[in-house]
Design a protein around this ligand. Structure first.
Ligand SMILES: [Zn+2]
Length: 260
């Protein structure tokens, strides 16, 4: 049954591409208060309403060579990228957890993280409208596993606790807000699913990526040590990486110290 083995991942990948374009629309519309469901997407440059022909994931982008068919303005690379990330998430997640009840919940959880990643990059904002339901969905997913309640509780406590502590000490030291409350709520959303070890890994990965990003900005002369990076933009994909490959990463890291 070679055919049926490949049909499911292909189907999930295609579904992921379609859901990915919905993620792009949500990330664009939610912070602007535009209805997600009603109204067609339009080209941000010329305002021409996009038709079904413009909205086929990846294909439209490739056929129009990354430009608007009407005015020729370049289409942002993040649209096809978001579609690819979403497709990869649906396929990899299926390999990781199978097709139980946790699957649709975690599909939603991951796609909401991708949405939050872009919204934080554009607006330095992590809307409660996503992080609150995201946390509930994360807890519901964790409850599908044995010991899930404890796993989720510890994950939320450690993830949000550390960020809250950092925000609090930063406030005490400098009297400026270094870390937003949005990051703390985002940590609850990924902590519920990841548990405490992988929440720590997520914070570590995001901080490491942030240092590299900050160094690049400084080298290019586009920021200094106090330039605020949107931490949520790093945390969200770090949480997805930690979920898929966290155990391997932690194991590799651990064996670096134990193998002589
Ligand atoms: Zn246009």
């Amino acid at each position: 049954m070679i055919v049926s083995q490949h049909v499911l991942p292909v189907f999930l990948g295609l579904l992921g591409l379609v859901l990915g374009s919905a993620v792009s629309a949500l990330a664009y519309r939610l912070p602007l208060g535009i209805s997600w469901i009603r109204g067609r997407s339009a080209c941000p440059s010329c305002g021409t309403q996009l038709t079904a022909r413009d909205l086929v994931p990846l294909v439209s982008f490739a056929l129009a060579r990354g430009r608007c068919r009407h005015c020729g303005a370049p289409v942002r690379w993040r649209y096809p990228l978001t579609e690819l990330i979403s497709a990869a998430w649906l396929v990899l997640l299926h390999l990781h957890v199978g097709l139980g009840w946790a699957y649709p919940l975690l599909v939603l959880w991951g796609l909401m993280l991708v949405t939050l990643m872009w919204i934080d990059l554009d607006h330095q904002l992590l809307p409660d409208a996503l992080t609150f339901p995201g946390t509930l969905i994360g807890i519901a997913a964790a409850l599908q596993w044995p010991g899930g309640a404890r796993h989720a509780l510890l994950g939320v406590a450690v993830g949000s606790g550390i960020l809250w502590l950092l925000a609090w000490s930063y406030w005490k030291l400098r009297r400026v807000e270094g870390m937003g409350g949005g990051d703390i709520k985002l940590a609850a959303m990924f902590g519920a699913v990841l548990g405490w070890q992988q929440s720590l890994l997520t914070l570590f990965l995001a901080a490491a990526a942030g240092s590299v990003w900050g160094a690049v900005l400084m080298v290019r002369g586009r920021g200094d040590r106090r330039t605020a990076l949107p931490f949520g933009t790093l945390l969200a994909p770090a949480a997805m990486v930690a979920f898929l490959w966290g155990n391997d990463l932690l194991w590799t890291y651990w064996s670096l110290f134990t193998r002589r």
